[in-house]
Design a protein around this ligand. Structure first.
Ligand code: XMP
Length: 368
């Protein structure tokens, strides 16, 4: 049988999707599922207790989501599709939460998303002037981060903050894009284009790379040059199951960003609606027609929607999802003899699947 490390998957040339691979169990001395440490580094001294981040989307992350999952060791990035004043009030709420908890509780990361260009520079300037280093990081959030305008935005953030604030930048889909953002000063890079469950980019443009392939590509570049060592890789788009989190980390990611798994939870922004008697919440791509209609008065002439809008049945609390994903991750680490995320990357061996082996991977013969 042929097994592959993440770097060998890249050398092999066939771009892997999540469903194309499984991790191979190996001899282990990690007996208890409670033993593995799942703390992760997001670069430049920023650590998360769990490698899970909720996406800066208007149906996923505002302060309620950030506080809920942040209190469980994850991180929520407060979306930017609102006025600076409104975003500022969400940031303020998180900071006040942190000021009012006991020393035993987890400090919630305070991370606003911003865009690029002059208006977004003003947004950032106001937020930083108000909150300074009470901010944990800032996420510069654009569709194609492998761009001159992203490099400029990283520069103005670094200039305004004297290089003191952690910066997440993205998205990119290749090792070259990762290297570009690392060299431009990003501390963590969001990797994945077109893989999100509400994305239409690949269909509308023919552009994109499977998220797992992008992650492995970025990781091979990172491993190839010491100066990229401290830049974190965040897999973004297409995370459905705990297995996708595990495969992302094993392929080189330091954390994942997800929208869908948190959409429809109690904490996600948006009204609960009843459709055919079922309680639902909207989940929509930030490049969908619905968002353009709401925020910009419609699609700009000559452009097209690159996202879709859908309804998600109401789920429980978001932090249950964090706990479930962490449970799957810890269990995976016992199978591959990993005490921590670095060992998971070092020990992981992938096997490529056939379509019938993928089908066998899901539970079957169960009651509907
Ligand atoms: P999931 O799979 O969790 O993916 O739903 C969320 C990620 O998808 C990206 N995103 C988009 N990509 N058009 C796109 O092509 C969109 O409208 C869109 N909205 C979000 C984003 O990276 C997010 O984290």
């Amino acid at each position: 049988m042929k097994y592959y490390t993440a770097l060998e998957l890249v050398e092999d040339g066939k771009p892997p999707s999540f469903d194309d691979v499984l991790l191979v169990p190996r001899y282990t001395e990690v007996r208890s599922r409670l033993k593995p440490c799942i703390q992760t580094s997001l670069g430049s001294g920023l650590y998360l207790q769990t490698p899970i981040i909720s996406s800066p989307m208007d149906t996923v992350t505002d302060s309620t989501m950030a506080i809920s999952i942040g209190s469980h060791g994850a991180m929520g990035i407060v979306h930017r599709f609102m006025s600076t004043e409104e975003q500022s009030s969400h940031i303020k709420r998180i900071i006040e939460h942190n000021q009012n908890i006991s020393a035993l509780e987890i400090q919630v990361p305070v991370v606003p998303a911003i865009g690029v260009g002059d208006d977004e520079r003003d947004r950032f300037f106001k937020l930083y002037k108000e909150y300074g280093l009470n901010l944990t990081s800032v996420a510069i959030d654009v569709a194609n981060g492998h761009s001159s305008y992203m490099r400029e935005a990283i520069k103005w953030v670094k200039d305004i903050t004297n290089g003191e604030l952690h910066v997440i930048a993205g998205n990119v889909a290749t090792g070259l894009g990762f290297a570009f953002l690392s060299e431009s000063g990003a501390d963590a890079v969001r990797v994945g284009i077109g893989g999100g469950s509400i994305c239409k980019t690949r269909i509308m443009t023919g552009v994109g790379v499977p998220t797992l392939a992008s992650v492995a590509d970025a990781y091979s570049v990172k491993r190839g040059c010491e100066s990229y060592n401290d830049t974190a890789i965040i897999a973004d788009g297409g995370i459905r199951y705990p297995a996708d989190l595990v495969k992302s980390l094993a392929a080189g990611a330091d954390a994942i960003i997800a929208g869908r798994i948190f959409a429809g939870t109690i904490e996600s922004p948006g009204e609960i609606v009843s459709i055919n008697g079922e309680s639902m919440k909207t989940y929509r791509g930030m490049a969908s027609k619905e968002v353009q209609d709401d925020k910009r008065g419609g699609l700009r002439p000559g452009t097209c929607a690159e996202g879709v809008s859908t309804y998600i049945p109401l789920k429980g609390k978001a932090y249950y999802i964090v706990d479930e994903f962490c449970g799957g991750l810890r269990s995976a680490m016992t199978y591959v003899n990993a005490n921590n995320i670095d060992e998971l990357k070092d020990n992981a061996l992938f096997m490529r699947l056939t379509s019938s082996s993928l089908e066998e991977s899901h539970a079957f013969g169960t009651k509907k």
